[in-house]
Design a protein around this ligand. Sequence first.
Ligand SMILES: C[S@@+](CC[C@H](N)C(=O)[O-])C[C@H]1O[C@@H](n2cnc3c(N)ncnc32)[C@H](O)[C@@H]1O
Length: 316
Amino acid sequence: MPNYGAKNYWDKRYKKQKNTVYEWLENYQDLKEIINESCQKDGIILNLGCGNSVIQEEMYDDGYKNIYNIDISEECIKQMDHRKGDRPELIYEVMDCTELKYEDEKFDFVLDKSTIDALLCGDYSYLNVAKMISEVQRVLKPNGVYLIVSYGEPNNRTLHFERNHIDFTYTVKALPPKDAQDGSRQKQNPHYAYILKKGPNAQQKYENNYEEVILELIEEEKEALKLYGASKDQESDEEDSQSDEDKQLEEEEVNQEESEDKHQGSQENTDDQSKEEGINEHKLESLEAKDKCEDEKQCKNVETVNEQMLQELKIN
Ligand SMILES: C[S@@+](CC[C@H](N)C(=O)[O-])C[C@H]1O[C@@H](n2cnc3c(N)ncnc32)[C@H](O)[C@@H]1O
């Protein structure tokens, strides 16, 4: 099963999916109303785990110019920075969302589209989510909004918003499921928008309770890993070091970079170059909707296994 919680997994995936767009769960049109209600056009925005989605580009075109996009995958950020083209104010930075490098109260709005889902598929999942939400709380301005878009239902998401070290009030919106892409009359899985607003006691709750919450989660998840096997990160590291596919990917990448360099060299200072380099959306392949459903299903399965481990541990 893919390890959606591991940096390695994403680096590899973005190498494979070079020059593609993959929009998890919902696009800007689906979320526009919620985003417009939650954030002014001149607001400062943080997009957590941006991936190779186009939502920040569509938001930019709609008037949001101050968008900081971060991702743990260097490969992803390299590609996205290259794709910036004629949207120069978009910022892309490699960063771990559980350890943000930004100062306190910098942002008006934080967007998390399925990044929480990815974290919940990794080791120390609850711990990492608790850290990420704490970091979001820290970098949000008073009354700032944190929008989480997730496939996760309220009964396994809201517990993360109610921990003692954070102060958020929240509302939940079920987003209308889209039609399935397989010709059947079925609908895709429902997704949810969790709209969290930073409360007045954030600092105090953090100071009083952060350490205790984190220590408790570390203990729980350490125990789960001990009982249910080695860290998936380690497993995937071992797999990765043995993988021929990886070597092949690296070779392909070097070849591609060399040919891109030559290509750029020959075109230098021509008007065409900026068009070629820019976000030429028409050239970017979009992945099939069917693959996306599959991906979401797999991600959900990994998360369920993680959750069962933690629950069984509590029962024992
Ligand atoms: C499910 S994808 C969502 C991508 C994008 N937000 C979208 O909606 O299409 C999760 C993204 O989170 C990134 N990610 C995973 N763990 C992360 C972490 N600790 N810090 C920052 N980004 C992370 C992955 O590299 C991946 O791009």
